[in-house]
Ligand binder design. Structure first.
Ligand SMILES: Nc1nc2c(ncn2[C@@H]2O[C@H](COP(=O)(O)OP(=O)(O)OP(=O)(O)O)[C@@H](O)[C@H]2O)c(=O)[nH]1
Length: 502
């Protein structure tokens, strides 16, 4: 999780407060002083920190007199709410609509990660089924054309640009017209950057904005400069109609907290954050969810919507039914792999679960895992229907043929079949425990210890270890058991209705 260090220091200070036998003024001051230090180190503006501290103390003093109020809870609630306020803006970003030809222009200085971010942003919409076209109107930097073209090829998006044309306005116009005529949902324009803010850049941005009249202008900001983001964001905002901001490189620097709060202070809504160099290292930003995740409090609402978006609504009952009967074919495994790939980063998914350590799977290992899943899927693409549905066993000659057809090796096909057997066995055991039935999920929440023992006997020890061991699973279940089931179920209902509308 981005800003993990800041989050663990704040949650550590709150935890220490929870452990104190008496919560007096001194204990609260001590807790707040640790939080203040952590925020200062993340480069958050001192005036903001002072406001946050004063507001928390005010809340404690106001509410503590009411009978039965728990000071620990008041402090925690006030800290979360003040951090949230610090990252929120009243202004809402433009909502793009599929089916409408949305034109989005990206602006930002050189090296901030603009071109990479464009590919991430396009990929985000392509995964949702949108038709996205990319236009390179950066005629300033020599390598810009090739870089965007290569990125476009990687995400399988069409690209428009010219090696020889030097007028960015002309290219942008032609590119927009080209994708418009082909009824694309989203047309993204990459524009030039400069090493520093200068009039030449702003004049070019203004000309482009006037000519192509974009629905949205997105400013890409490098978060590693911390608080200085304020001046830069303000300068771009004054030059063109910046509707929203994407912050990059939040994975790589301690100053991220300062950068986020500084941009929010310009009243520009932050819509996404970049958390790595890969195209799926990109997260939607929503202040409350972000704060809860940074503090290890999870975000169950978002977890439900992510899972439900990934598993099609009509497939959900079918899947539960199959698991509860212990059935699992190679085709089911293929579909599960598809779901995992659609859900994006496993680590960011983990951070949505309360109490779950989001850095559980090392970064490099996660990528290896995804590459392996993709190879397994290639192998399964070379199988025929009876083999995928478990109606026909694979003999040696078929295994050799499948390995050749998928460009893999016999050894890899055998590894896949071994993995499949382990999965199928686990599903069979889960079926016997009826873990898949919805009402048993409630027992799961109510009596985590008993259910934990059942899970331990069903889950492959290696997989359990990957999830942080049984102690971590236990903690996660305890946290989940604290949640209000009624609220969770109603949330599922809400999300289902939302999905049906699409
Ligand atoms: N760690 C990390 N690196 C990133 C992120 N986003 C982009 N980068 C890297 O930042 C560097 C600069 O990114 P580019 O996309 O080339 O920068 P740019 O802003 O398009 O540059 P110009 O086209 O010159 O304006 C590249 O090495 C990217 O891989 C991020 O979220 N995290």
């Amino acid at each position: 999780m981005v800003l993990g260090q800041l989050g663990s220091r704040i949650s550590g200070a709150l935890k220490k407060l929870h452990e104190k036998p008496i919560i007096d003024e001194e204990a609260i001051k001590e807790c707040m002083s640790e939080i203040v230090k952590a925020l200062l180190q993340a480069d958050v503006n001192a005036a903001y920190i002072k406001k946050l501290r004063d507001q928390v103390m005010l809340q404690v003093n106001l509410e503590a007199d009411a009978a039965g109020t728990n000071k620990r809870k008041i402090v925690q609630r006030a800290v979360v709410s003040e951090l949230q306020k610090m990252l929120e803006t009243d202004k809402k970003p433009v909502k793009l609509r599929k089916g409408k030809q949305n034109i989005v222009m990206f602006v930002g200085l050189q090296g901030t990660g603009k071109t990479t971010t464009i590919a991430k942003y396009a990929y985000f919409y392509i995964k949702k089924g949108w038709r996205v076209g990319l236009v390179c109107a950066d005629t300033f930097r020599a390598g810009a054309f090739d870089q965007l073209k290569q990125n476009a090829a990687k995400i399988k998006a069409p690209f428009y640009g010219s090696y020889t044309e030097t007028d960015p306005v002309k290219i942008a116009n032609e590119g927009v017209e080209y994708f418009r005529s082909q009824t694309y949902d989203l047309i993204i324009i990459d524009t030039s950057g400069r090493n520093k803010q200068e009039e030449g850049l702003f004049d070019e941005m203004k000309m482009l904005e006037k000519t192509i009249n974009p629905d949205e202008v997105i400013f890409v900001m490098d978060s590693t400069i911390g608080q200085s983001c304020f001046d830069q964001a303000q300068a771009f905002k004054n030059a063109v109609k910046v509707g929203s901001v994407i912050m990059t490189k939040l994975d790589s620097h301690a100053k991220g907290g300062g950068a986020l709060s500084a941009v929010a202070a310009t009243q520009s809504p932050i819509t996404f954050i970049g958390t790595g160099e890969q195209f799926d290292e990109f997260e939607e930003f929503e202040a409350k969810s972000f704060i809860k995740r940074v503090l290890g409090m999870g975000d169950i609402d978002r977890l439900f919507s992510v899972v439900q978006e990934a598993i099609p609504l009509d497939k959900q009952p079918e899947l539960l039914n199959k698991i509860s009967h212990g059935q699992f074919s190679l085709r089911d495994m293929y579909e599960q792999f598809q779901t995992v790939l659609k859900m994006g980063s496993i680590n960011s998914l983990m951070s949505l679960i309360p109490g779950m350590n989001s850095g559980l799977i090392e970064k490099g290992k996660e990528k290896e895992g995804i590459a392996r899943i993709k190879r397994f899927m290639c192998i399964m693409d070379s199988m025929n229907d009876p083999e995928l549905d478990g109606h026909k066993q694979l003999n040696d000659s078929r295994i050799i043929r499948i390995a050749r057809g998928s460009g893999t090796s016999v050894r890899e096909v055998n590894i896949l079949l071994e993995e499949y057997k382990k999965f199928a066995k686990m599903v069979q055991k889960m079926g016997k425990l009826s873990l898949g039935k919805a009402n048993d999920m409630q027992n799961f929440m109510r009596n985590p210890q008993q259910m934990m023992r059942k899970v331990q006997s069903a889950v492959d020890p290696k997989m359990l270890q990957q999830l942080g061991g049984s102690a971590n699973m236990m903690q996660m279940m305890k946290e989940m058991s604290k949640l209000d089931m009624g609220e969770m179920m109603s949330q599922i209902g809400k999300n289902k209705r939302g999905l049906k509308r699409k």
